[in-house]
Design a binder for this molecule. Structure first.
Ligand code: UD1
Ligand code: MG
Length: 448
C-alpha cells in the first residue's frame, strides 16, 4: 500500500438480535444481494484500495459472501461481540502500522454511496485526523447523537442508551461511517476506549471525544439520511428495500426503459434493462436478469437469472427461471414456465407450457399446453426441438428426445422417440364417430 491508499474495514460480526433471525444480519437480502455486498460494492466504487471484513465466529456464509466479490479479501473473526471498537481491533493486523487512512464502514448500512466515501477520503487527505459522516434523522431513536461545540466542531458521540433527555433531543446522528488519518491514529485511540457505558460495550464512537482530548482535528461531514439508514430490524430492512428500489427504478428509466408503473416493478441490484424496453405493472426481477433493447414485458412476470433478447415479448404471467435464454424476436406468453432452455430467434411458446432443459430452434412454434417431461425422478434429460418445428397443443415430449427441423407433432401426442426432420409424429388414438348419437341421447333424456 502507498502512503495515500485507503483501507476500509467493514464490520459485520454483530448478531443482529433485533432481526429475530437465525441468519446473520448482514446476510439478509436487499434487492437480491446481502446487505454486506452492497457496502462492499460502495467501497469498491469509491476506489478504496484495500478492503477487509470482520465477522463473528462461525459466520462462514458471511466470509464467503465477501470473498465472492474478491477471493483474496481478508476476513477477520471477532471472537466475542463486545462492541464496534472491539470489532475494529479484531482487524488490527490489517491496519497496525499503515501510513494511509483507515475507513470504518458498518455492514448494515447498505444504501451508502461511493461518493460519500469519496468525500470522507477527501477530508482526510486535507488533514483531518478523524472524520464522521453525520445526518439529520427524522426519527433519531437508536442512533448515536453527534455532539458539537458552539463553533460547530464535532466533540463527541453519545449512544442512545447513555444519552441524557437533552442529548436525545438532538437529531444530528452518527451514520457509523468514520475515517481515521492513519493506522497509527486508529491504534492509539482504540487502546484508550473503555466499556464503562450502559451496554458494557467498547464503542468505536468514543474515539471522537478521546481524539478531541488529545488535540486532534475531528470533523463532521453531512450525508443524506437516505444513504445511511442502518438496518437493525425487519421494518428497517423494508425501509431500505423501498429506498433501494426507488434508486434502481430511477436508474433503469434514466437508461431508457419505460416502467409504466415504477412503484410496482421490483428490481435486483444487478438487473440490466436496455433501451426502449417496456415493462408493464407488477413485474419481479430476481438476480441475474438481462433484458435487451426493445423487449416488451407484460404484467405479472417473475424472472430469475434469465436473458431476454432484443425485441422479445414476454408475458403476461410468464415465469423465467435460471438459464432461460430467449433469442431475438421470441415470444413467451401467458402461464409459461421456462428453465435452463434456449429459444432461438423468432421461436414462440405462447400459452400454458413448461419448457425445461430444452433447446428450441429458430421460428419453431410450441403449442398451448406442451410439457417437456425432463425429469424421470432421478435425472434431468434434454429435449431438442429443431428450427421451424411445430409442436401441436397438449403434447408431452418425454426427454431425452429430439424433434427434427420442420417436423410436426400432432396435438395431444406423447412423444418418447426422436422425430425425423419434416416428419409428422402422432400418438393419438383413432377418432370414433357415431352419427346421430347426440340427438338420440338428448331425446331419451327429455322423455324421462
Ligand atoms: C452504531 C453506532 C451508532 C450509529 C449507528 C448507525 C456504535 C457504538 N454505535 O449503532 O452511533 O448511529 O451504528 O447505524 O458504534 N458489530 C460488530 N461487532 C460488535 C458489534 C457490532 O462487528 O461487537 C457490527 C455490526 O455487525 C454492524 C455494525 O458493527 O454491522 C454496527 O453495529 P450495531 O449493533 O448495528 O450498532 P448500532 O446500535 O446500530
Ligand atoms: Mg446498526
Amino acid at each position: 500500500m502507498t502512503q495515500n491508499s485507503v483501507l476500509a474495514i467493514v464490520l459485520a460480526a454483530g448478531k443482529g438480535t433485533r432481526m429475530k433471525s437465525d441468519i446473520p444480519k448482514v446476510m439478509h437480502a436487499l434487492a437480491g444481494a446481502p446487505l454486506l455486498v452492497h457496502v462492499l460494492a460502495a467501497a469498491k466504487s469509491a476506489s478504496v484500495e484495500e478492503i477487509c471484513v470482520v465477522v463473528g465466529p462461525g459466520m462462514d456464509e458471511v466470509a464467503s459472501a465477501a470473498r465472492g466479490l474478491d477471493p483474496a479479501l481478508p476476513v477477520f473473526v471477532q471472537p466475542e461481540q463486545r462492541g464496534t471498537a472491539d470489532a475494529v481491533k479484531a482487524a488490527q493486523d490489517a491496519f497496525a502500522g499503515i501510513a494511509g487512512p483507515v475507513i470504518i464502514l458498518y455492514g448494515d448500512t447498505p444504501l451508502l454511496r461511493g461518493e460519500t466515501i469519496g468525500r470522507l477520503r477527501a477530508a482526510l487527505a486535507e488533514g483531518a485526523d478523524l472524520v464522521v459522516i453525520g445526518f439529520e434523522a427524522q426519527e433519531p431513536t437508536g442512533y448515536g447523537r453527534l455532539l458539537l461545540d458552539e463553533s460547530g466542531t464535532l466533540i463527541g458521540i453519545r449512544e442512545e442508551k447513555d444519552a441524557s433527555a437533552e442529548e436525545r433531543a438532538i437529531t444530528l446522528c452518527n451514520s457509523g461511517i468514520m475515517g481515521f488519518s492513519s493506522g497509527k491514529t486508529l491504534t492509539d485511540l482504540l487502546a484508550r476506549i473503555g466499556n464503562a457505558n450502559a451496554k458494557g460495550e467498547f464503542y468505536l464512537t468514543d474515539a471522537v471525544a478521546l481524539a478531541r482530548a488529545g488535540g486532534l482535528d475531528t470533523r463532521m461531514l453531512r450525508g443524506q439520511a437516505d444513504e445511511v439508514l442502518g438496518v437493525n430490524s425487519r421494518a428497517e430492512l423494508a425501509q431500505a428495500e423501498a429506498a433501494m428500489q426507488g434508486r434502481l427504478r430511477d436508474k433503469v428509466m434514466a437508461e431508457g426503459a419505460t416502467l409504466v408503473a415504477p412503484e410496482t416493478v421490483f428490481l435486483s441490484h444487478d438487473t440490466r434493462i436496455g433501451r426502449d424496453v417496456i415493462v408493464e405493472p407488477n413485474v419481479f426481477f430476481g438476480p441475474g436478469v438481462v433484458i435487451e433493447d426493445g423487449a416488451i414485458i407484460h404484467s405479472f412476470c417473475h424472472f430469475v437469472e434469465a436473458h431476454i433478447g432484443p425485441c422479445a415479448e414476454v408475458g403476461p404471467y410468464a415465469r423465467l427461471r435460471p438459464g432461460a435464454d430467449l433469442g431475438p424476436d421470441t415470444k413467451v406468453g401467458n402461464f409459461v414456465e421456462i428453465k435452463k432452455s434456449q429459444l432461438a430467434e423468432g421461436a414462440k411458446v405462447n400459452h400454458l407450457t413448461y419448457i425445461g432443459d430444452t433447446s428450441i430452434g429458430a421460428r419453431a412454434n410450441v403449442g398451448a399446453g406442451t410439457i417437456t417431461c425432463n425429469y424421470d425422478g432421478i435425472a434431468k434429460h434434454r429435449t431438442e426441438i429443431g428450427a421451424g418445428a411445430f409442436i401441436g397443443s397438449n403434447s408431452s415430449l418425454v426427454a431425452p428426445v429430439k424433434i427434427g427441423e420442420g417436423a410436426y407433432v400432432g396435438s395431444g401426442s406423447v412423444i418418447s422417440k426422436d422425430v425425423p426432420p419434416d416428419a409428422l409424429a402422432l400418438t393419438r388414438s383413432p377418432q370414433e364417430e357415431r352419427p346421430g348419437w347426440a340427438a338420440r341421447f338428448r331425446k331419451r333424456q327429455t322423455r324421462k
